[in-house]
Design a protein around this ligand. Structure first.
Ligand SMILES: *[C@@H]1O[C@H](CO)[C@@H](O)[C@H](O)[C@H]1NC(C)=O
Ligand SMILES: *[C@@H]1O[C@H](CO)[C@@H](O)[C@H](O)[C@H]1NC(C)=O
Ligand SMILES: *[C@@H]1O[C@H](CO)[C@@H](O)[C@H](O)[C@H]1NC(C)=O
Ligand SMILES: *[C@@H]1O[C@H](CO)[C@@H](O)[C@H](O)[C@H]1NC(C)=O
Length: 462
């Protein structure tokens, strides 16, 4: 859709001059230009400098143990390159979500969509030959003519720099959302990594670690890796590594942590009922908030959409089935659309609402290779794949874990002082989120999908 719009605009500009600047297809702005390609051709396909990651057992420095929540100030510029990239992130996110709901049929799932894209871009940076071409296609950068010449290949660094703009926008809030991002790359002892590769990956996290660990001694190494992660994360992870892929020699673990607060809300003193299934309930802590929310009662799709701001402009969408509709039905409608045609954000209007929503603490861990296998793309990352920019040894990629930890809290309002805003005498609409729902977390400026989930149990660790 998006490409078509751009082409239409291009044609229109030629015929009617309605676009008053020369429109370059975003693809070409991500691709290598002629002079970059000439430079690449003079270089040999060898890595200039490599290093051997230090063993995981090596004493950690005190400096590494410190963590803080990043709060950047200032404005970030968003242009059509960021919007183009957002549509690619969101499209891949919807495809990955479809895979996850196929793998985890009835449980809570929470896909760290933008971070899944980051992990695939990271492997694209290390890939060469056919593997690079296939990964580029997965990322949504398919050249309109199908050409694979150098100028039809995208420069991973250009993608990284735009992804970083989206991340920075998310981090730029003054303390209302806590974000924490870690990437760790583990290799077998003696496997060298390209210095350039690791350097280029730098922007992908607040902290990037590389360590050597014995892949054939699974029991000991699993323990070492989880201990390693626990000393570097804001909260101990319960869904860390469970086993090694012993035939592999590289493993990638990314961990993202988000904590947001519902503005002007308080925690209801008593536990409340939440219906995990039509005839199975549990008691959970609930948050209450009254005020004006953007809202849509969609009687065609039989769903309610409520928008909850977390901080300045990042927001959650809650999508709840109504009129006997089911969560499964909403899910199939999500994945039967692509990002451009999904109309969650259209037609929302202000409504005075009395909202009750469970306090959430959800942690999920997914192996991106399982997602790719479900998408029938397991051939992308197999023994014979080419990762000539990652190492000069034969690379066999093992697990690619995407761990996500998400918490939603009240803002600590005192219930007694909590006087609901009046809205021209309008009665509040009661929205009680006490059944499974779809949760979407957006970066507010670009509308990049940060999280996409089906919440069956508000307190889930898997
Ligand atoms: C090609 O890209 C490089 C940076 O990646 C830039 O410095 C150079 O000006 C570009 N060349 C052309 C002809 O656009
Ligand atoms: C590239 O490889 C060729 C032969 O394989 C060699 O003669 C040449 O010096 C190499 N160039 C660079 C820049 O390493
Ligand atoms: C964040 O900053 C804006 C102004 O830049 C201010 O209006 C808002 O109250 C601040 N929010 C918090 C949570 O400090
Ligand atoms: C890795 O562990 C295996 C099994 O314990 C052991 O035989 C092997 O020597 C270890 N390799 C290294 C490099 O330590």
């Amino acid at each position: 859709m998006y490409l078509q719009n751009i082409l239409l605009c291009l044609i229109a500009s030629l015929v009617l001059s309605t676009c008053n600047r020369v429109y370059v297809h975003p693809f070409n702005l991500f691709a290598y230009n002629k002079s970059e390609c000439e430079h690449i051709q003079t270089q040999n396909d060898t890595i200039e400098k490599t290093f051997l990651p230090i063993p995981i057992e090596t004493e950690i420095t005190s400096e590494e143990k410190i963590w803080k929540v990043k709060t950047y100030q200032g404005k970030y510029h968003f242009g059509y390159l960021e919007s183009f990239l957002t549509s690619l992130i969101n499209d891949l996110g919807l495809r990955a979500f479809e895979a996850l709901k196929g793998i985890h049929t009835s449980n809570t799932i929470l896909l760290p969509s933008a971070n899944f894209y980051w992990s695939m871009v990271s492997f694209y940076l290390g890939a060469s030959g056919e593997t690079a071409i296939s990964l580029q296609k997965l990322l949504g950068f398919e050249h309109p003519s199908g050409s694979t010449s150098c100028t039809s290949q995208v420069n991973g660094l250009k993608i990284i720099s735009k992804l970083k703009t989206i991340d920075s926008a998310l981090f730029s809030k003054n303390g209302s959302i806590s974000v924490w991002k870690t990437v760790s790359i583990f290799v077998s002892p003696g496997v060298p990594l390209s210095e350039n590769f690791i350097h280029d990956l730098g922007p992908s996290a607040d902290h990037l670690y590389t360590r050597a660990v014995n892949f054939t001694d699974s029991a000991t190494s699993v323990h070492l890796v989880n201990e390693f992660l626990d000393t570097r994360l804001p909260k101990k992870t319960k869904s860390g590594l469970t086993s090694f892929d012993e035939a592999s020699n590289v493993m990638y673990i990314s961990h993202v942590y988000y904590k947001g607060k519902v503005a002007k809300s308080f925690l209801i003193p008593e536990l409340q009922q939440f219906w995990i299934e039509p005839n199975r309930q549990i008691s959970v802590p609930m948050i209450s908030a009254s005020g004006i929310f953007q809202f849509k009662d969609d009687s065609i799709q039989n769903q309610l959409v409520v928008k909850i701001y977390l901080g300045e402009n990042d927001f959650l969408l809650l999508i709840l089935p109504t009129n006997g509709n089911t969560i499964e039905n909403i899910e199939s409608s999500i994945t039967s659309y692509n990002w451009q045609t999904l109309n969650w954000l259209n037609g929302l209007s202000n409504r005075y609402i009395h909202l009750s929503i469970p306090k959430l603490e959800i942690e999920c861990s997914y192996d991106a290779k399982d997602i790719l296998t479900y998408m029938k793309l397991s051939s992308l990352l197999q023994k014979t794949s080419h990762f000539g920019k990652l190492s000069n040894e034969q690379i066999n990629i093992g697990k690619i874990l995407n761990i996500v930890h998400f918490e939603l809290e009240d803002s600590g309002e005192n219930e007694a002082n909590h006087i609901p805003e009046k809205n021209k005498g309008q009665e509040p609409l009661e929205v009680n989120v006490n059944k499974p729902f779809i949760l979407v977390f957006f970066e507010g400026t670009t509308k990049a999908l940060i999280l996409l989930g089906r919440i069956v149990n508000p307190l889930t660790i898997i």
